[in-house]
Design a protein around this ligand. Structure first.
Ligand SMILES: C[S@@+](CC[C@H](N)C(=O)[O-])C[C@H]1O[C@@H](n2cnc3c(N)ncnc32)[C@H](O)[C@@H]1O
Length: 250
């Protein structure tokens, strides 16, 4: 945790993950046929994907939940700019407690890069936690990390991870079936999408470093950026994938 706030990520990123606009368009198409029902995005960030889903579904309504107030504040500006106020709510709220409290059911759950909010086997825990809120025929868009190749000991050490943190892609898909979901579409982030995400993620920090050479926090921020860059380029760039799974329940 840094001792100062840094420029918000959304200034450089469209989505908070390795996702290009063409792939996002394809993922939205993979949800068809999607009736004009209710959508919830758990760990929505600033809600860009949710807003794009709703933009093409004039009668659908959506709820996005995230614990990061700054992201939600930014997302609400986009809601207003796109005139979606009547159909979209973005709320600062813990998604896990919302799942435990809500009596609502929905037609689509979006979880992109956010299963880490569940402890233990996060994929299984997430798939189980959302099951009670799914209407018959509902869909789930899951963005989940997986090992593209088994990481070696050095890579695991660099990432501060254990091998069981992620599955292989084949295991990830089978886990979804084991938990009662059907796979309608599968794609994965390309190397270019990962590189664009990591570069844009770092860009705000690098600009801050260029403009704040005299800051008492300079060394701390520079060190943190260097550690993330090293972990990316020497460990997870070769081993970590992001799968996008469109799932459905009976
Ligand atoms: C990698 S970002 C993905 C954001 C968004 N889904 C997207 O793809 O643009 C993960 C998000 O999960 C949020 N998050 C982490 N723990 C959470 C929790 N317990 N409840 C709700 N959101 C949470 C973070 O604040 C962050 O915005």
């Amino acid at each position: 945790m840094l001792s100062i706030g840094l420029p918000p990520l959304y200034k450089d990123l469209r989505f908070h993950g390795p996702l290009s606009q063409p792939r996002a368009d394809g993922l939205i198409r993979s949800l068809a046929p999607f009736r004009d029902g209710k959508v919830v995005d758990l760990g929505c960030g600033w809600g860009e994907f949710l807003l794009q889903v709703l933009a093409g579904k004039p009668k659908a309504i959506g709820l996005g939940l995230d614990i990061d107030a700054e992201s939600i504040e930014h997302g609400l500006k986009n809601v207003k700019a796109r005139e979606l106020e009547k159909r979209v709510e973005l709320v600062v709220h813990d998604a896990k407690s919302w799942l435990a409290e809500t009596g609502e059911t929905v037609d689509l759950v979006i979880m992109l890069g956010s299963t880490h909010l569940f402890a233990g086997d996060r994929t299984v825990e997430a798939l189980r936690a959302i099951r009670p809120i799914l209407n018959p025929g509902a869909k789930v868009l899951l963005g989940e990390t997986f090992w593209t190749v088994p990481p070696d000991q050095r890579e695991l050490q660099t990432m501060g991870a254990t091998k069981d943190r992620h599955r292989s892609l084949a295991d990830l898909v089978e886990t979804c079936f084991d938990e009662g979901y059907r796979l309608l579409n599968l794609s994965q982030a390309s190397r270019d999408e990962w590189d664009a995400f990591e570069s844009q993620h770092a860009a705000g920090v690098q600009r801050w470093l260029l403009q704040n050479k005299d800051s008492e926090h300079f060394a701390e921020v520079q060190d943190r950026a260097a550690r993330r860059r090293f972990t990316w380029l020497s460990a997870w760039r070769e081993t970590l994938g992001m799968a996008y799974l469109t799932l459905a329940v009976d």
